[in-house]
Design a protein around this ligand. Structure first.
Ligand SMILES: Cc1cc2nc3c(=O)[nH]c(=O)nc-3n(C[C@H](O)[C@H](O)[C@H](O)COP(=O)(O)O)c2cc1C
Length: 379
């Protein structure tokens, strides 16, 4: 009896160690790799009664997909998905949703030249050390193809959030050294007006030019995505380990190629005085708000009802055309050259991924918060 319990416990922990599951009540598990049969997601905990907007899921995938413009990779990936369970007559049933995308355009030969070599700053070396083998085709599970499954789960989370009037919007705020001017007011409706997904047309144009130049050289460049969550209810999150910004940080840092996360004032807080940084409270028509929002909408790990603002930094990704020093699996000195189709800058495609991960965290914590107060439990 006891050993059965231990085995079950061990099994549960091993399952967790595998790290393919995210969330507590709105819980997702993604599976598949870029050159296998396909990829997909199982969503456990999606509330029943949601009229699923399939076109919206598809349009979110279009925002992430390769080949969408001249400044992203020219790979072509299938984005057609099949809903295997959890929906009856177009409405979610409350049972697990399983959604699958079959892979196409698998030019695995593009990757045969790196089968036994380690691409600098990719996941080849660490995967080989950890698992003892590696699916080198397209990077296998380390490929950002996996993020299509997150975008599906995030699109559905956004649809649930929409019924609560909570909005999650991200945009590109920096590419290389080109940043959005500080003085402008950002119009979130303008993000989709250009291929780089920066809501300021003049800055967007400069970013597009820079990415095009970098692409011609066969190099890559980094960028920053900013995200805003509007109408988030007050009081979601948790006081100690599961602080809302810690959960958002984990979600963002789990995205391929992410190197940094900052909430509210972030690293710029280091140079400020308390008298500048404190968000003074005010009450307008009986509603409490703050005059500034350096806290980024979260204090003590709990949302305060202001917009939640955060930034996510993406590195210049690993695949570049010029030869780089490396070693092979036997430890011999070698060089690696990029041949496959790759992204010169991933931020335009990563905007819906950031939004999706944010939507997953916010929805999960709204659901968890329903059991905080006795009164909420009773209702
Ligand atoms: C949308 C998106 C597209 C990506 N495309 C590429 C690519 O074409 N080439 C590449 O080397 N890395 C690409 N990456 C990043 C790799 O997946 C990532 O760097 C790799 O898995 C190693 O993980 P790490 O950078 O988080 O340490 C992409 C990431 C994202 C989010």
């Amino acid at each position: 009896m006891l050993s059965n319990f231990l085995l079950l416990h061990l099994d549960y922990n091993i399952h967790n160690m595998a790290g393919n599951t995210f969330g507590t009540l709105y819980k997702i598990t993604t599976f598949g790799e870029s050159h296998g049969k396909g990829i997909g997601v199982v969503i456990d905990g999606c509330p029943s009664g949601l009229k699923l907007d399939v076109d919206h899921i598809f349009s979110e995938l279009q925002r992430r997909k390769p080949g969408q413009s001249k400044i992203v990779t020219q790979r072509h990936e299938n984005e057609e998905f099949e809903i295997l369970s959890g929906v009856f007559e177009g409405i979610t049933t409350g049972t697990p949703l399983a959604i699958f995308i079959r892979n196409q355009d698998q030019r695995s030969k593009d990757y045969s030249h790196i089968a036994k070599k380690f691409r600098p700053s990719h996941a080849d070396y660490t995967y080989t050390q950890k698992y003892g083998l590696r699916d080198y085709r397209g990077g296998g599970r380390s490929s950002a193809r996996e993020t299509a499954a997150r975008v599906i789960a995030g699109a559905i989370a956004k649809q649930v959030l929409k019924t609560l009037n909570v909005k999650v919007n991200a945009f590109v705020s920096q590419v290389g050294t080109i940043t959005l001017p500080e003085e402008i007011t950002i119009d979130l409706n303008k993000t989709e007006d250009n291929i780089v997904r920066c809501p300021h047309p003049q800055t967007a144009e400069k970013m597009i030019q820079l990415i095009s130049q970098i692409k011609k050289k066969g190099d890559t460049i980094g960028g920053k995505i900013s995200c805003v969550v509007e109408n988030c209810p007050v009081g979601i999150g948790a006081p100690v380990f599961d602080k809302l910004h810690a959960e958002l940080g984990k979600a963002m840092l789990s995205i391929n190629a992410v190197k940094g996360f900052e909430i509210g004032s972030g690293f710029s807080a280091v140079q400020m005085l308390g008298s500048e940084h404190n968000d003074a409270f005010e009450s307008i028509d009986g509603k409490v708000s703050t005059k500034t929002n350096y806290s980024g909408g979260i204090q003590g790990g709990i949302s305060n009802g202001m917009n939640i603002n955060f930034n996510v930094a993406f590195k210049p990704v690993a695949t570049i055309i010029p030869a780089q020093d490396s070693v092979d699996e036997a430890g011999n000195k070698t060089t690696v050259e990029g041949r496959g189709r790759h992204d010169p800058c991933v931020v335009p495609r990563a905007v819906p991924i950031v939004e999706s991960m944010a939507a997953l965290v916010i929805l999960d914590h709204i659901m968890i918060n329903k059991s905080t107060k006795l009164d909420d439990l009773k209702s």
